[in-house]
Ligand binder design. Structure first.
Ligand SMILES: [Zn+2]
Length: 360
């Protein structure tokens, strides 16, 4: 059975060991190591990445008591040097510990029990069994979790036997009955968990709640910890900075500016609509007086399809003739009639489009 070094320390990133077994599966090569610190996907925490003898570890999965490492090719030596991608691992540790603390605070403040945890490449989520959490409640949760982070509680992990388990006030009962691993946030909670955690809550850095939405009677809370929270801040600052430049104002005035701008747009649009209405009147008169044969037709250089549709509707109320309008800028045609004419569109276009440089 693989010795799981990540249970002893989440901070071990380099070690030497031997390959105890190689497996060829349909989707690639896997190796089992005598000792591994590569964490396999589980408990909401994604698997580690890194290198085994310089070969990229593509995936880490657990099968029974074994940990399988997926590699692009098999190493030539049995003795191997292993290295974990620490940036990725530490990010997982910050979020997993952040999740435990967030769950503990949700439980404590609102009796909102965590049902599931997911750590994605962008953000992390927990689902809690509350139909709704309002902005004030989320803000209170966020403040309290961050306060707990700064109290810098130690985070410990250890295995307990079943009888010792009864002494602990666990968040929820574990699925296994032997070799139960407890992750304890000192003075906060005991949690049965196999994941990798930071040594004290201060290392979570900070937790930022992004939003919450309803999920089948429960609430999903989106959050980021540590470096990801910092990145989120930087992204938002960049967007806000660009808006400040565009609206030529400080960030506190941007919303006012946008509201003013929206009102101006509404006025301009109303003015434009009334001018279009007038202009359409002139165009209609001109088309009616210049018509040739049994068709009202014209190609416009710069009208939108929507404008053509409006115009065509008006023309069909003024005349029984079919209307064929085209726009050069959008390369589209509109054929309209008021019902007193029964065209087959295909045949009609074929017969008439030629003279307007149209095809098909
Ligand atoms: Zn956990």
């Amino acid at each position: 059975m693989t010795k799981k070094l990540y249970y002893d320390s989440a901070y071990l990133t380099e070690w030497q060991t031997s390959i105890s077994k190689t497996i060829e599966k349909e989707d690639g090569y896997y190796v089992i190591l005598e000792e591994t610190a590569f964490y396999p996907d589980g408990g909401g925490q994604p698997s580690d990445e890194g290198f085994i003898n310089g070969i990229s570890v593509l995936d880490v999965i657990s099968e029974g008591d074994e940990v399988l490492h997926k590699l692009g090719r098999l190493p030539e030596e049995t003795k191997v040097n292993c290295e974990i991608n620490w940036t990725r691992r530490f990010d997982h540790m910050q979020h997993h510990s952040g999740q435990h603390l967030l769950s503990a605070v949700c439980e404590d403040l609102y009796q909102a029990t965590t049902l599931s945890f997911h750590l994605g490449t962008d953000y992390a989520t927990i689902d809690v069994n509350q139909p709704e959490l309002g902005a004030d409640q989320l803000s209170r949760i966020e403040n309290e979790v961050n306060r707990q982070i700064y109290l810098n509680h130690n985070i410990l992990s250890y295995f307990v036997a079943e009888d010792e388990l009864a002494q602990l006030q666990l968040v929820k009962q574990p699925k296994v009955t032997e070799n139960i691993r407890i992750v304890e946030i000192k003075d906060v909670e005991y949690n049965a968990c196999g994941g990798t955690h930071v040594a004290s809550t201060g290392e979570i850095g900070m937790i930022k709640l992004l939003k919450a939405d309803k999920q089948k009677g429960n609430t999903r809370i989106y959050f980021k910890c540590g470096y990801r929270a910092l990145e989120e801040f930087n992204d938002n600052q960049r967007i806000l900075g660009a808006l400040s430049v565009k609206f030529n104002t400080g960030k506190d005035e941007i919303i006012d500016r946008i509201e003013k701008w929206e009102n101006e747009q509404k006025l301009l649009q109303a003015e434009l609509n009334s001018l279009k209405e007038k202009y359409d009147g002139y165009v209609i008169q001109e088309l009616l007086s210049n018509r040739e044969g049994h068709l009202l037709a014209h190609i416009f250089e710069d009208k939108s399809l929507k404008d053509l549709q409006n115009l065509a509707t008006k023309l069909t109320t003024e005349s029984n003739l079919p209307v064929l309008l085209a726009t050069a800028v959008e390369n589209k045609v509109v054929l309209a009639h008021n019902g007193s004419f029964d065209p087959s569109c295909g045949a009609y276009f074929k017969a008439n489009l030629g003279s307007y440089n149209g095809k098909g």
